[in-house]
Ligand binder design. Structure first.
Ligand SMILES: NC(=O)c1ccc[n+]([C@@H]2O[C@H](COP(=O)([O-])OP(=O)(O)OC[C@H]3O[C@@H](n4cnc5c(N)ncnc54)[C@H](OP(=O)(O)O)[C@@H]3O)[C@@H](O)[C@H]2O)c1
Length: 259
């Protein structure tokens, strides 16, 4: 029987590419995001190209309170039982901590942290003792160090990495794998939306394609790897900073993040 993947933030970027990969493997898919038009176009594309029996799209703002519970209940009510959960929806915002509104941070934490954690909790409890499952959480290379000028975003991604590694260890005995994918700068809508494109970080590194990042995440998830960092240079940084005083790491990060 075909398996089913639930993918948040599937309307564009890395999430869209992940949806295509799952479809190529003849997996049924539940696509979630806010943009109805993009989801509808992707749904039609996946249906026509891959003749999937189930491509469900759910238009939902996952930064709203109780979004995870509502999504879980809606999928249950349709008698869909996902085997893969991909927590991909997320956003960042470039700017000084004091200059950014609380409303923006509240939404970011709600989406990047609260909904991701709640949805993971709901599916882990649902799967435990009943069936195996795989979870792919999209973290970032931002997870490995503090990020002046994107302080809250970096902190949310550190949360995602640590959560994924910890529960992945706990859940081994339940045959549930948890993978944290850590992309570096990637060519999606993220750079524009977060205003990060202006920073030295984006100007001075190779920008990866969304499809190659998605493929790394997909393969790592299927192998049950705890962490996958995209790109050789990106993998070097978390290793190298282990040997530096934390103060230096933050200063270095501040240099890289400046305009
Ligand atoms: N691009 C990078 O450089 C980079 C690097 C490291 C990590 N990441 C992470 O990769 C993940 C995917 O981002 P991306 O680069 O593919 O960016 P993207 O092109 O902007 O895609 C973000 C996805 O999240 C969805 N989304 C945003 N806010 C949402 C909300 N409130 N409710 C539901 N869905 C929402 C968007 O759909 P709608 O707008 O239709 O809702 C879209 O499908 C994010 O978690 C991001 O933090 C990106």
């Amino acid at each position: 029987m075909n398996k089913t993947a639930l993918i948040t933030g599937a309307s564009k970027g890395i999430g869209r590419e992940l949806a295509i990969l799952f479809a190529e493997k003849r997996c049924n898919i539940v696509l979630v995001a806010r943009s109805e038009k993009e989801l509808r176009e992707l749904k039609e594309e996946l249906r026509n190209k891959h003749a999937l029996s189930t491509v469900l799209m759910l238009v939902k703002d996952l930064s709203l309170p109780d979004a995870a519970q509502e999504l879980f209940d809606e999928i249950k009510a349709r008698e869909i039982d996902p085997d893969y959960l991909v927590n991909n929806a997320g956003f960042g915002d470039y700017g000084a901590f004091a200059d950014t509104s609380w409303e923006r941070y509240e939404k970011m934490i709600a989406l990047n942290v609260t909904t991701l954690t709640h949805l993971t909790h709901l599916y882990v409890r649902d799967w435990c003792g009943r069936k195996p499952g795989r979870i792919l959480n999209i973290s970032s290379t931002a997870a490995f160090q503090p990020g002046p000028m994107m302080a809250v975003y970096f902190a949310t991604k550190a949360f995602v990495l640590h959560l994924s590694e910890a529960i992945g260890d706990e859940l081994k005995k339940n045959h549930i794998t948890v993978t944290a994918l850590c992309p570096g700068p990637t060519d999606t809508h993220f750079g524009e939306e977060s205003k990060m494109n202006a920073s030295q970080l984006v100007k001075n590194v190779r920008i990866a394609g969304a499809a190659e990042v998605a493929l790394l995440g997909y393969n790592a998830m299927m192998k049950g790897k705890p962490v996958a960092v995209h790109g050789a240079m990106n993998s070097l940084v978390p290793f190298a900073i282990r040997f530096m005083p934390r103060k230096w790491v933050t200063r270095l990060s501040a240099k890289v993040m400046k305009i």
